[in-house]
Ligand binder design. Structure first.
Ligand code: IMP
Ligand code: MG
Length: 171
């Protein structure tokens, strides 16, 4: 396959600084809580593993897997591929997501969890894209705001590739 050029948008250093800052805020807010971190697969795996290694707070970890993208286009349908396995009753849930684009994915997952007897629900998102949001939802911990560009790296992919880049770039 021909290699495409990637322009660095957010450097490895900038990301690591932000991860530390976010983890500190989360630690402060979850001191007396029963934290369950839910990572949205597959994109948030790198961000999530960096965040949890900075946390001083005890937590348990689970995953939810959804799919919505094909090539560079968001499809309208969200497909739930794997749901949370943990008992979420009474838990203080923090969803960790890579990117907030149209908002469909996060809203879908939030609505799914809000139907259960959880104690609280917050979201931590690495990148907010300036896109017209079809489903607006609050982000409690946000890393970066970017323009409407398709990005890869640090967990984010283009058709399954580039997830391992230590920085975020534009294809
Ligand atoms: P939303 O449902 O439109 O908010 O889309 C969120 C999901 O689409 C994210 O979890 C990503 O997996 C994917 N996505 C959105 N924008 C990008 C991008 O620029 N690069 C890679 N994946 C993206
Ligand atoms: Mg994602």
């Amino acid at each position: 396959m021909k290699k495409q050029k990637i322009k660095v948008l957010i450097s490895q250093e900038e990301i690591q600084k932000k991860v530390c800052k976010l983890a500190k805020q989360i630690d402060k807010d979850y001191k007396q809580k029963d934290l369950l971190v839910i990572s949205v697969l597959s994109g948030s795996i790198v961000f999530c593993s960096d965040i949890i290694r900075q946390l001083k707070t005890d937590f348990s970890l689970d995953f939810v897997r959804v799919a919505s993208y094909k090539d560079k286009q968001s499809t309208n349908k969200i497909e739930l591929i794997a749901s949370v396995k943990a008992d979420v009753t009474g838990k203080d849930i923090l969803i960790i997501e890579d990117i907030y684009d149209t908002g469909k994915t996060l809203s879908y997952i939030k609505n799914m969890l809000l139907k259960k007897k959880i104690k609280s629900l917050k979201t931590c998102v690495l990148v907010n894209k300036k896109t017209k949001k079809s489903n607006k939802t609050d982000i409690d911990y946000l890393g970066f705001n970017i323009e409407n560009e398709f990005i890869v790296g640090y967990g984010l992919d283009y058709n399954g590739k580039y997830r391992g880049l230590p920085y975020i770039g534009i294809l």
